[in-house]
Design a protein around this ligand. Sequence first.
Ligand code: DQA
Length: 146
Amino acid sequence: YRVLLLNGPNLNLLGTREPHIYGSETLDQVEHRLREHAEAIGITLDCRQSNGEHQLIDWVHEARTSHVDFILINPGAFTHTSIALRDALAGVAIPFIEVHLSNIHAREEFRRHSFLADIANGVICGLGAQGYDFALQAAKQHLSKQ
Ligand code: DQA
């Protein structure tokens, strides 16, 4: 199976960015661990991060042509703003899980709404970087059942 992990704006700063909220693991460390986890369960994981909405949308489009089976996405602040990213995910019709490190429901009011959540297979938030592992496991289960 092919799974694409997308991380949105500012997630390149993981490890140094508000570590009390987002943890001290860097994105490199998280991606490395996840790639190993993926390999162990028979998944090829492609990890990408961009600060740009345009780039993320292009990668979602590309996922369809490259036959990606499942997408894991932490859209960062685009979660709360981007109808375009929502349309891209709906457009390619690839199942996806939305992941947030922090509990977006326990923070500022403006983080409570997601433009993606209602079309996602599921949403994981508030469990830190472990959330990506849970999402990967859920993706594997979803794909095995098909
Ligand atoms: C985030 C939550 C968003 O509200 C925020 O803008 C981020 C990170 C998270 O992983 O907790 O950049 O997606």
